[in-house]
Design a protein around this ligand. Structure first.
Ligand SMILES: *Cc1c(COP(=O)(O)O)cnc(C)c1O
Length: 440
């Protein structure tokens, strides 16, 4: 399986040559159940990062699986232009009720949600007689996907360098990352400083600016950079004042990940656009949605076709994916998931205590069901070495740079919490032992 994959499969965001040696082996997975991934050799790995942040209730969840099997027998797919169906109608109703934004437009993945939100915002300003408002602003270290349009607002150096000539780059303003606190400063102080910088930028550029896009409370791809909710309140006020749309990208933070259903709710604000994906289907099928306000929707409602929103994907609103999303939302209404997670997080906090207290850890932090620890290390390939050691201990963890993080499914029990925490600590000890033998 490994060999066949390397011959014909081009793996995502991967230097394929690294897999040529046994040092970084590709892992064929045969099946998955709950929090566990199983390989063909009888090993199991605890999915400590929810398979790139998509899984919420464990793999092969019986309720989601039953909904998908039922849907397969009814309607696999129909185009959504000129047609509609029960799963997409019900999902749109439920997303409207959950977010207070009444109109849902569907895409197939997170990056397409970003594209949709940016296009919709600029087209709104065009339809309302202000075509000059067609540029975007994002945060330092922001991540909104890797298609050419989404890369414009994604501030990750390695992507920017490789694809700069293709991209119409958005402006970047300082991140409110709480780790930037100077001596005596609080997270709220850093947030105010970042908001002041945004204010200065908007004062000068608001005439050309359609929208600001932010990952609310946690910039995940930047290394789980967390910020004070006060930032989002200032941002909302500034966007109102300067007539700039506020797009919140909840692709990673949505569906309870930060402790509330959506992260922006902790700031008590109402965005103009919300991007959703990842956990939307509980981690089973690709689907994304962009939700927006009546005001935006009405600016497109017209006799003229060209004033309509010009965007489609072949699989827009796929019934199977919508059914998976409905089954996922049903799990939220059948159980008090957020309250259960608050208890589960205490269990995990206790299990992680030895890692949190390790002498080489800086900025240990948690929000909801996201844990992160920065490691003081000189190893340039810390992340890769740590990942290998974690796998050897039966846990899937993939640090971002020097930041170890855990984003487990919501169905951990005490035993799996211990397994994850012990694996995370053992992998750190093994990686630091290598550092000592390289540099000692
Ligand atoms: C993962 C992610 C995306 C991109 O989603 P894809 O499905 O990978 O295209 C966009 N924004 C945020 C905040 C993400 O975490």
């Amino acid at each position: 399986m490994r060999q066949r994959s390397l011959r014909h499969v081009w793996h995502p965001c991967t230097q394929m040559k690294q897999h040529a040696s046994q040092a970084v082996p590709l892992v064929p997975v045969s099946h998955a159940e709950g929090v566990w991934l199983y390989d063909f050799e009888g090993n199991r790995y605890l999915d400590g990062i929810s398979s790139w942040w998509v899984n919420l209730f464990g793999h092969n969840h019986p309720h989601i699986r039953a909904a998908l099997v039922d849907q397969l027998g009814r309607l696999d797919h129909v185009m959504l232009a000129g047609f509609t169906h029960q799963p997409v109608v019900e999902l749109s109703e439920q997303l409207a009720a959950l977010t207070g934004l009444g109109h849902a437009f569907y895409g197939s993945d997170g990056a397409s949600a970003t594209e949709i939100a940016l296009k919709m915002s600029a087209h709104y300003w065009r339809n309302t007689g202000r075509p000059g408002k067609c540029r975007f602003v994002g945060l330092a270290g922001g991540y909104h996907g890797e298609t050419v349009g989404a890369l414009a607002v994604t501030d990750i150096a390695i992507f920017r360098e490789a694809y700069a000539p293709l991209v119409r780059l958005a402006a970047t303003v300082p991140s409110p990352d709480a780790r930037a606190a100077l001596l005596g400063e609080s997270a709220a102080d850093v947030a105010q400083r970042a908001a002041d910088a945004l204010q200065a930028w908007l004062a000068e550029h608001h005439q050309e600016t359609a929208a600001l896009i932010v990952e609310p409370l946690v910039q995940c791809a930047a290394g789980m950079a967390m910020h004070d909710a006060g930032y989002l309140r200032r941002v909302r006020a500034l966007c109102d004042h300067y007539e700039v749309h506020l797009v919140v990208d909840e692709i990673a933070t949505g569906f309870g990940r930060t402790g509330t259903m959506f992260a922006h709710q902790q700031a008590g604000i109402r965005p103009d656009f919300i991007c959703l994906s990842k956990g939307l289907t509980g981690g089973t099928l690709p689907l994304s949605a962009v939700l927006t306000t009546d005001t935006v929707y009405e600016a497109f409602y017209d006799d003229e076709v060209a004033r309509g929103f010009l965007h489609s994907h072949s699989y827009t609103g796929n019934p199977l994916a919508c059914r998976a999303a409905l089954a996922t939302l049903a799990l939220f209404s059948q159980n008090d998931v957020l309250a259960n997670n608050a208890v589960l997080a205490q269990t995990l906090d206790a299990a992680f205590a030895p890692l949190t207290g390790h002498a080489r850890i800086r900025h240990a932090r948690r929000l909801g069901m996201i844990w992160a620890w920065d490691v003081d290390t000189v190893l340039p390939d810390f992340a890769q070495r740590y990942h290998q050691h974690a796998m050897a201990h039966g846990v899937l963890l993939r640090p971002i740079g020097n930041t170890i993080y855990a984003m487990p499914p919501y169905v951990m029990d005490e035993e799996s919490a211990e397994h994850l925490a012990q694996g995370a600590l053992a992998a750190l000890q093994a990686t630091l032992a290598e550092e000592a033998s390289c540099h000692g």
